[in-house]
Design a protein around this ligand. Structure first.
Ligand code: ARG
Length: 458
């Protein structure tokens, strides 16, 4: 069996089951690149302190280039004893350049500061892909919102018909959440961009390694100022998992809207065949499985977050092996969010809107607020107008007609300020256009949102 990195003081063998239990290579191999570039930078820093000659550092650099190339071409062969990515890469480097040189690389370094560094590099770099797909999703929403700005529909609170809105306004309400998700991710990536390397196992580095140089080489903004903190801090993991959970909440809420709207009873939208499936029993069925999976997978990402928090909460200071459990939740959350964002983009880009059904679902009672506002514009206090409009709703309900069928004299009985022009209230488009204060559902204020999201995507 190959020599263990830490085997010197051991005389007994590791139980084979423990060997498997302890190993993280099956998942942390995803760090292969971060691990290579981290080691290359560390070799340079060692050479600057004359712990490596320039020639040795160059050999290490080249050897690690080959290690990286093997990973990228899937020709890296794992061997027994490759406990984790750090062990595997160092073992392979030794085979390529000889252990007389490779054996110097780990001077002053521990897997504790190494893994903390690899992990931060991985989250930082791989998250760029999340930002890209989030922006694609926002772009898809913006395109729809712009081309379908004329479509009007009932807006809901409590899932009860409330006021008429533009369909675009609803689509954009989801886009703004993704916009916030984008900003939040960028903010947390900035916050976590601090370097642990040079913390050693816990107490610090005894060779005066230039940590600012390492930070610069590896694209970090600064160094973590305390080595105990440096090896143990996983707050960035917690933040990332919360970010992923919240992003999934946003996807889940859109999915819920669309599932409801795609029912026969609503019939507002139709999910494309590409994102639907059928029933093995009922020939007529077309189910919005994509949306249900999006809603369902949010639970799984919450599980990643809460599972990690349970692991994280009870650890004593510095590194403990519990922390090896920090990676799988992040990988799972990452893969789930990435896939979900891509599927959401596909669903949103391809669904069909039934504008006639949306229009037909509007009803005159949804203009009761507008009736109250009509009187406000004639100088009546809103508290009174609210009550008066409520009475109009009740009268129409009693007579089994709509408020639009009531006569001027009916309105006059409710308040003397009513005039001929009250008939102008019964206009959905006008109700929508009245809400032209920034943030409202009018055409101009929806177009303004589109412009500002477009500017963000530039
Ligand atoms: N595979 C380990 C992890 O993921 C690397 C750090 C190991 N450190 C140690 N002291 N055993 O956390």
């Amino acid at each position: 069996a190959p020599r263990k990195l830490w085997g010197g003081r051991f005389s007994g063998k590791t139980d084979p089951l423990m060997e498997k239990f302890n190993a993280s290579i099956s998942f942390d191999s995803r760090f292969y690149k971060a691990d290579v570039v981290g080691s290359q930078a560390y070799a340079k820093a060692l050479a600057r302190k004359h712990i490596l000659t320039d020639a040795e550092a160059a050999k290490i650099h080249e050897g690690l280039d080959q290690v990286l190339a093997e990973w990228e071409s899937s020709s890296f062969v794992l061997k027994d004893g490759d406990e984790d990515i750090h062990t595997a890469n160092e073992r392979r480097l030794g085979e390529i350049i000889g252990t007389a040189i490779s054996g110097k690389l780990h001077t002053g370094r521990s897997r504790n500061d190494q893994v903390a560094t690899d992990f931060r590099i991985w989250v930082r770099d791989e998250s760029q892909k999340l930002i890209t797909v989030l922006k694609e999703l926002i772009g898809t929403a913006v395109v729809r919102a712009e081309s379908e700005i004329d479509i009007i529909m009932p807006g809901y609170t409590h899932l009860q018909r409330a006021q008429p809105i533009r369909w675009s306004h609803l689509v954009l309400s989801h886009a703004w959440k993704w916009h916030a998700d984008c900003l939040r991710l960028e903010q947390l990536l900035k916050r976590m961009n601090q370097l642990p390397l040079g913390s050693g196992a816990l107490a610090g580095n005894p060779f005066g390694i230039d940590r600012d140089f390492l930070a610069k080489e590896l694209g970090f903004d600064s160094i973590i100022p305390n080595s105990l903190y440096g090896v143990s801090d996983r707050d960035f993991v917690a933040e990332f998992l919360f970010w992923a959970s919240l992003t999934m909440v946003h996807i889940s809420c859109l999915a819920e809207d669309l599932i409801v709207y795609s029912t026969g009873e609503f019939g507002f939208i139709q999910v494309a065949d590409a994102y639907s499936t059928g029933s093995s029993l009922m020939p007529q069925k077309k189910n919005p499985d994509s949306l249900e999976l999006l809603r369902g997978k949010s639970g799984r990402v919450f599980g990643d977050m809460t599972g990690f928090m349970m692991t994280y909460k009870g650890t004593p200071s510095t590194y403990n092996k519990d922390l090896q459990e920090d990676k799988e939740p992040v990988f799972d959350a990452y893969d789930t969010v990435l896939g979900s964002l891509q599927i959401t983009t596909g669903v949103l880009a391809t669904l069909r809107v039934n504008r006639d059904k949306m229009l037909a679902s509007l009803s005159i009672d949804m203009l009761a607020t507008d009736l109250a506002e009509y009187l406000v514009r004639k100088g009546v206090p809103f508290r009174d107008t609210h009550h008066i409009a409520g009475e109009a709703v009740r009268i129409a309900e009693e007579r089994r007609c709509t408020m639009a069928d009531l006569k001027l004299e009916d309105f006059k009985k409710l308040h003397s300020a009513f005039e001929e022009d009250v008939v102008k209230v019964w206009n959905y488009e006008q109700s929508i256009e009245n809400r032209n204060t920034p943030g409202g559902t009018s055409r101009a204020t929806v177009l303004a949102q589109i412009e500002s999201l477009k500017a963000f995507l530039q």
